[in-house]
Design a protein around this ligand. Structure first.
Ligand SMILES: [Zn+2]
Length: 366
């Protein structure tokens, strides 16, 4: 964990400490001591096609939010241009009556070197290679910026404002070892230990989507085979369901029915619902997810001894249809002492977890 010196109370927001060059920014923005002003949160998805920009007050309440999803995978410059337009929209003088922007947080759906503030790459898009996004946004908004992987940001948000904040009444939040698992287009993981994001040695801790769970299994977005993401992500679940149903007219008909005749648009949550209704193909798909995701979680539990595992992203919308069998699987695979206290819960922030994560990054004491 990095240590940071808490600056003296001052009317000015703490500033980024710069070293030798644009890539040398460190996470030493200091504690946010101001009582008035705003923070900006920015979400960039793993394909770059979903971006959200939000203005929040210092309690984390979202005041204005703009979201402009694209139906194609854009290049880096297109994403930055779009975000720039959205920033202009929400940071106009009419929105900043109580002061100025004090801090910016960005949640990025890819590999982020959080210490240097650099986006190494997005999992589902080209370009971005080592783009210094932290410095770019700090300059654009003239305020210190913190960037992180979106699962790390969502993990922190669920601990601060979501699943954990309610469950523990805020009392033992600081002592939790929380693992967040974002089950979306890809699979991301974020680990929050004692209220702080755990990054590991080179900021890749929590990349659980690329754990090998099935030798010679389906191809993953990273080029590997049999990774967890290739089996249990929303995209993988939908692809498998559509692929298998081709030979089963009953399942194909059930899919058309649940999707209003647009079977190709079936969601992972709907696959779980079909399985619960007894559809054999859907049952096969969800059993695979429960088996491999359950094994992955059991392995992680033995390494990090978490107090809670929070499931987020579209697949987690299946709720107990996913959680109950996962709990049973984890129970069967873990040492009694390791499984004793760990709980598996659904995230509370739903589709807003990443943008609230970005705001939480901006508000955290780093
Ligand atoms: Zn992979």
């Amino acid at each position: 964990m990095m240590t940071s010196k808490i600056p003296e109370r001052s009317d000015k927001p703490p500033i980024l400490q710069r070293h030798s060059g644009p890539l040398a920014t460190t996470r030493t923005t200091g504690k946010l001591l101001a009582t008035q002003g705003y923070v900006v949160g920015i979400e960039i998805s793993g394909s770059g096609s979903r971006q959200t920009v939000a203005l929040a007050n210092l309690e984390g309440k979202v005041l204005h939010k703009v979201r402009r999803p694209l139906d194609y995978v854009p290049d880096t410059q297109s994403v930055l241009k779009l975000i720039d337009e959205m920033l202009t929209q929400i940071t106009g003088p009419e929105h900043l009556q109580d002061g100025r922007i004090l801090r910016v947080g960005v949640a990025v759906g890819g590999l982020v070197d959080a210490r240097r503030g650099v986006v190494r790459r997005l999992h589902h898009a080209h370009e971005w290679n080592n783009f210094p996004l932290q410095d770019y946004m700090a300059e654009r908004l003239e305020a210190p910026c913190i960037i992180d992987n979106n699962a790390n940001a969502a993990a922190l948000a669920e601990v601060e404002y979501g699943a954990l904040s309610e469950r523990e009444n805020g009392n033992r939040r600081g002592e939790q070892v929380a693992l967040y698992v974002g089950l979306g287009r890809g699979i991301g993981g974020g680990l929050v230990v004692n209220g702080r994001i755990y990054h590991g040695f080179s900021s890749t801790a929590g990349e659980i989507g690329h754990m090998l769970v099935k030798e010679h299994g389906p191809k993953c977005s990273c080029g590997g085979f049999g990774h967890l993401e290739a089996i249990a992500s929303a995209q993988a679940i939908v692809r498998r369901m559509i692929g298998l149903s081709i030979e089963y007219p009953e399942s194909a008909e059930a899919m058309r029915k649940i999707t209003d005749e647009r079977a190709e648009r079936i969601s992972a949550e709907q696959v779980f619902r079909l399985a619960a209704e007894g559809d054999k193909v859907a049952r096969q798909v969800t059993e695979e997810v429960e088996n491999y995701l359950g094994s992955a979680l059991a392995n992680i539990i033995h390494v990090i001894n978490p107090s809670v595992i929070i499931l987020g992203g579209p697949v987690a919308q299946a709720g107990d249809l996913l959680i109950a069998p996962l709990q049973a699987r984890v129970y069967a695979l873990c040492l009694p002492e390791a499984r004793e206290e760990v709980q598996i819960v659904q995230g509370k922030l739903g589709a807003e977890a990443n943008i609230i994560g970005a705001i939480t990054l901006a508000l955290q004491d780093v």
